[in-house]
Design a protein around this ligand. Sequence first.
Ligand code: DP6
Length: 381
Amino acid sequence: MVYEATATAPVNIACIKYWGKRDTKLILPTNSSLSVTLDQDHLRSTTTSRADESFEKGDRLWLNGKEEVVKPDGRLGVCIKELRNWRSVEEEKDSSLPKLSQWPLRIASYNNFPTAAGLASSASGLAALVASLARLYQLPQNASQLSLIARQGSGSACRSLFGGFVAWREGEKSDGSDSLAEEIEPQSHWPEMHAIICVVSDAKKGTSSTSGMQRTVETSTLLKERLKIVPERMKLISKAIKDKNFEEFAKITMKDSNSFHSVCLDTFPPIFYLNDVSKSIISVIEELNKSNGKIIAAYTFDAGPNAVIYSLKENIPKVLGAINKFFPTSEESKDPFKLTPVDLPENFDYKVVREGGWEKGSVKTLIHTRVGDGPRTLGKE
Ligand code: DP6
């Protein structure tokens, strides 16, 4: 008998960044973080898990068609073990359940966005893996509980178990049982929240998040200052989301991205994730906001040069106009919303942007998306 389940999970982009671990094995963060889940109609990871008594011993996993070794005590292995243990507890409680926990697994996962899109795929990938195994093992689909497991695969993955606006609470306990994700507001609360991803570079980043944040924890004195500010920012941005106050949301998002990249610079040796094009995108957004007389767009950058720009749907044509004007895209960009970019306002100061260095590069692709829902599952016996 073969049991099979499939799940899809979305990408999330943090507005308050997770950067630093207090426990590297359990993946417990030094601060809480908050993200927006992006629409999986556009960007998603899909994972199918299969359990069969007759499979040869040992679990096997394929990522985008390529087999990866599953190390039992590696991050993936730990997630699988946790879910298997949970299933075996259920099997002990109910002896009529087939002993799926004892059967080997075959797992296949793929992303519908190319790795070349420069987006971190570990968050959506691990969330999809956890959601599909939870479905296969018929475990309660409690997203916060599942987030405790996804967190051990990759910290940011715990936030991809929810749609909408999501907080990852740092927690206090040393066993990590209170370091979980929870929904601040669902997708339906603020569906006008859109995002444009500017793919500046699709090269694999020089310093991975995992090693970069560890180096920051070990060497940065500025990180201690950052950790004092984050709790207040978490409160303020949660309120801004509840009140649908875009200007406040945007201001905190930009400040926190800047703060995160500052601690990267304060790391020794320093870590540079932003390049000249990234910095120019910051200038374009600054100038766009100024010429509109209010904040209509917010930039944020993860551990790489690609920008994510949050803006309300009504203002997206202006953001697209500004980005297109300064950064000719070298690849065809698809806009599922088919919005027409509008020209820049008369009072847009080109000089300021040019000084940011925009002549030195271009944007490869633009991906236009919006806030989306959490994992979707499909099971079959
Ligand atoms: C800059 O979740 O990739 O994107 O827990 O070591 O797997 P590990 O790190 P990861 O770090 C993400 C860092 C970030 C900020 C964020 O998503 O909050």
